[in-house]
Write a protein that binds this ligand. Structure first.
Ligand SMILES: Cc1cc2nc3c(=O)[nH]c(=O)nc-3n(C[C@H](O)[C@H](O)[C@H](O)COP(=O)(O)O)c2cc1C
Length: 217
């Protein structure tokens, strides 16, 4: 099968972005855009593509859910032994991408990635629905090959019997949060004629001040 989309095009005309009028902090602009995405009912606007690159130099990308915006960057939760966990153990740099089609916007956040505090991860783990907590134990190691769905389901049932509804599921050591400490955040607003607005915030290190620049689209 082949597919041809060369005749498909949209004109983006929903907004604009001026370097002189953006807030000093990229997090303020990100918060504003996120609130607008929520108001526009973008489904799961906090879903983001996470790009990592491990020792093999092969980039990998997948969706994860942003669970928190901190004053340093974004937090998501996952299995530390997964493929992405192995990537970031070898190369602690990552980028996430939000795409909100209804607003014709994308945001890219990149920087250094680090594990969050163990207790904070455990607190969040216990806020999840009971069966999701059980499910985290089934996915050990996440990204590993499993023989069949039946094997997964049998393991899930076994763990449900071990930790019945109402009992506490221990927070796995292999599961927790990562924070991407941002040093570059780019805001893209689609415009007509491919004359899109791109404003990038950069800083040299986690302590420095943010600088802005306009990038060619
Ligand atoms: C909408 C959506 C939300 C997801 N959220 C998460 C998440 O928050 N954490 C996570 O580990 N995986 C999440 N996943 C699954 C990942 O995309 C991926 O399949 C999994 O983490 C394994 O990735 P890896 O093998 O590259 O480590 C989500 C997938 C989708 C489609």
């Amino acid at each position: 099968m082949s597919l041809d989309f060369t005749e498909q095009r949209m004109s983006y005309e929903k907004g604009s972005l001026e370097q002189q009028s953006v807030p000093e902090s990229p997090f303020a602009l990100f918060g504003q855009w996120m609130n607008e995405a929520v108001a526009q009912k973008v489904p799961e606007p906090y879903a983001m593509s996470l790009a990592t690159c491990g020792a093999d130099n092969q980039p990998s990308v997948r969706i994860v859910l942003m669970r928190e915006l901190t004053d340093a960057g974004v937090v998501f939760y996952t299995n530390y032994e997964s493929d992405k966990g192995q990537d970031v153990a070898a190369n602690p740099h990552a980028e996430v991408l939000f795409f909100w089609h209804q607003l014709e916007r994308q945001v890219r956040i990149s920087g250094h990635i680090r594990k969050i505090d163990v207790q904070k991860s455990a607190n969040y783990f216990h806020k999840r629905p009971h069966d999701s907590q059980v499910g985290a134990w089934v996915s050990e190691p996440q990204s590993g090959v499993v023989e069949s769905r039946e094997v997964m389901e049998a393991r899930f049932a076994e763990l449900q019997a071990q930790y019945p509804e109402g009992s506490e599921v221990p927070a796995p050591e292999f599961w927790g949060g990562y924070e991407i400490v941002a040093t570059r955040i780019e805001f893209w607003q689609g415009r007509a004629n491919r004359m899109h607005d791109r404003i990038v915030y950069t800083k040299d290190d986690a302590q420095g001040d943010w600088q802005t620049a306009r990038l060619l689209p």
